[in-house]
Design a binder for this molecule. Structure first.
Ligand code: G16
Length: 562
């Protein structure tokens, strides 16, 4: 493409998606995220960048997801998905930020600069898949994305309303046709049966087909029961489960709430983030004590569970509990198929409850590593194991299986002794059910239900594996959240001066105390985490550390936020 054809880049910007704000915006934990009204020019420009990225990857498909995930309705966001279905390569985040912030007048020149910098062959074909969540601002932003793709002569394919993980899956399948078919429904086979080769399966066939197949091998027993209540966060995940529900044939009885009707607002007092952070049940879900409830977030990439006891006290099973459940089951199956040369490891962040890390190392005897917040960091670290289980405490995670692991397990499934073969077959179904591209609430839900069913456990049995230390998360608004710098996987704060020593002093006064602070990459706040021996102490420690952040990092308003 000759440089003169970049003029259309400016024309689209000026006529359709002008930059109307000087607010600086940065590609953060999960792409750009802010008030929807500030995003149209950013999304248009990301359409341009997606085309350039596709060309740098020899025409392989790149994904663009319009979502602000767990954030409330007025926000929105955009993130790019790389060809394997993983998050955008980190070195491109700076390029994305630069392109998003230049003036309309400088856009054409900056686009040319980027093309030169990354050495994109603009004569190649380019393909971009675009998906969006249920926000009312998403269609307009998706249209801006399409214009960005058109301006650089790429081909855009719109998927409409999908969960973030469905789009990740479709991008991966489009670039690797052995992984699946890049559609929700699949092409060849009827209601989600596990027939045909993996490459012939759409998303529902892959996940639900594998679940039904495994359920055929694992009869319901013990204290497991097939009724599962679900809080859909008034977002897209619940809607997709409503489609899946009809094909489950009683293997799992889903009772769905917060599907977006009856005036329910996206993520407002419901959804995985609300349940995890506030440690209270979502509005709009009614159930008896000890009923298992799964809570999804707005774009269906996070999952937590909870139940109420006889005193209406909520008990939370978060990402740590899901990670330990899955890791322990996969370990059991690996032992049963005697695949002793496969190394399984677990990846967490600083938010992981101290009790979970102790349980993983001391009881499960599984190696564990701690990385910075953000799925991209966890995903990367998990790839260093033959089988890598990664979860953030907020419910975002999945399991990755290396080629070596898959080949070994397939071989045992065919050549092993009968008991080994049985375990290896189960493991193959478990792999099939997993969306390895990114954390996926729907896939994780079926994985959890499979383990509980296999073990004949109810939600209380699951809870009893270990006891979480009481914890509390708070937010503090400061003038500039980037005034906070961190090190050691965000467990230590290196700026502003004096804040870490103040945190150390406070932590030292509490039994089993631990606390850290970090700037959020998705909201304009500083996050504070604290845990201690009692809930009262965890709450007090979190409040004191929040006050320290407020005092030393330029708090806004009268006092820290709750
Ligand atoms: C995103 C990221 C997660 C991260 C979360 C909160 O989740 O994908 O990895 O944990 O934001 O990030 P922060 O604390 O930096 O705001 P989601 O579900 O909102 O896309």
């Amino acid at each position: 493409m000759p440089p003169s054809s970049l003029r259309v880049v400016y024309a689209f910007a000026r006529e359709m998606h002008p930059k109307t704000t000087d607010v600086f915006i940065e590609y953060g934990t999960a792409g750009f995220r802010t008030k929807a009204s500030l995003l149209e020019h950013v999304v248009y420009r990301m359409g341009l960048l997606a085309v350039i990225r596709s060309r740098v990857k020899n025409g392989r498909t790149i994904g663009m997801m319009i979502t602000a995930s767990h954030n409330l309705e007025p926000d929105n966001g955009v993130k790019l998905i790389d060809p394997e279905g993983e998050m955008l390569e980190q070195s491109w985040e700076e390029i994305a930020t630069r392109l998003a912030n230049v003036s309309d007048n400088d856009l054409e020149a900056t686009t040319a600069e980027v093309i030169k910098q990354v050495n994109a062959d603009m004569g190649l074909k380019a393909s971009v898949f675009i998906g969006m969540d249920t926000r009312y601002t998403s269609p307009r932003l998706a249209a801006a994305a399409v214009h960005g793709v058109m301006a650089l002569k790429g081909t855009a394919k719109e998927f409409g309303i999908v969960t973030t993980p469905i789009l990740h899956y479709c991008v991966r399948c489009r670039n690797d046709n052995t992984y699946g078919t890049p559609t929700e429904e699949g092409r060849k086979y009827g209601p989600y049966s596990l027939v045909g080769t993996p490459g012939e399966r759409g998303y529902y066939e892959k996940i639900v087909g594998a679940f039904k197949n495994i359920r055929g091998k694992l009869p319901v027993h013990g204290s497991y029961n097939t009724t599962l209540y679900v809080d859909g966060a008034n977002g897209v995940g619940g809607k997709k489960l409503n489609i899946i529900k009809k094909s489950l044939d009683g293997e799992l009885d889903l009772v769905l709430y917060n599907l977006g009707g009856n005036g329910g607002k996206l993520n407002l007092n419901c959804g995985a983030d609300f349940v995890k952070v506030s440690q209270t049940p979502p509005v709009g879900v009614e159930h008896a004590p000890f009923q298992r409830v799964a809570s999804l977030d707005g774009d269906g990439d996070r999952l937590v569970y909870y139940y109420l006891d006889n005193n209406n006290k909520m008990h939370l099973l978060d990402g740590d509990k899901i990670a330990t459940l899955l890791a322990s089951y996969v370990t059991e199956l690996l032992k049963a198929c005697e695949a002793t040369d496969l190394k399984l490891g677990l990846v967490q962040t600083a938010y992981a409850n101290g009790a979970s890390t102790k349980y993983i190392t001391e009881d499960l005897k599984v190696p564990v590593s701690c990385v910075k917040t953000g799925v991209k960091h966890l995903h990367h670290a998990a790839q260093s194991y033959d089988i890598g289980v990664y979860f953030e405490a907020n419910g975002h995670g999945t399991v990755l299986y290396s080629d070596k692991a898959k080949t070994t397990i397939r071989r045992i499934a065919q050549e092993g002794e009968p008991e080994q073969r049985k375990a290896a077959q189960l493991l193959l179904n478990f792999i099939d059910m997993t969306n390895e591209t990114v954390g996926d609430a729907i896939s994780d839900l079926f994985l959890v239900e499979t383990v509980l069913c296999a073990r004949g456990q109810n939600v209380k049995d699951w809870m009893e594996a270990y006891t979480d230390l009481p914890c509390r998360q708070l937010k503090v608004t400061v003038q500039d959240r980037n005034a906070i710098s961190t090190a050691d996987a965000e467990r230590r704060c290196t700026a502003p001066e004096g804040l870490q020593s103040r945190i150390d002093e406070l932590v030292a006064t509490y039994k089993s105390g631990r606390s850290f602070v970090r700037p959020s990459g998705t909201e304009d706040v500083v996050r504070v985490y604290a845990e201690a021996d009692t809930q009262e102490n965890a709450d007090k420690l979190a409040a004191e550390v929040s006050q320290a952040v407020f005092d030393l990092a330029g708090g806004v308003g009268d006092r820290p936020l709750a």
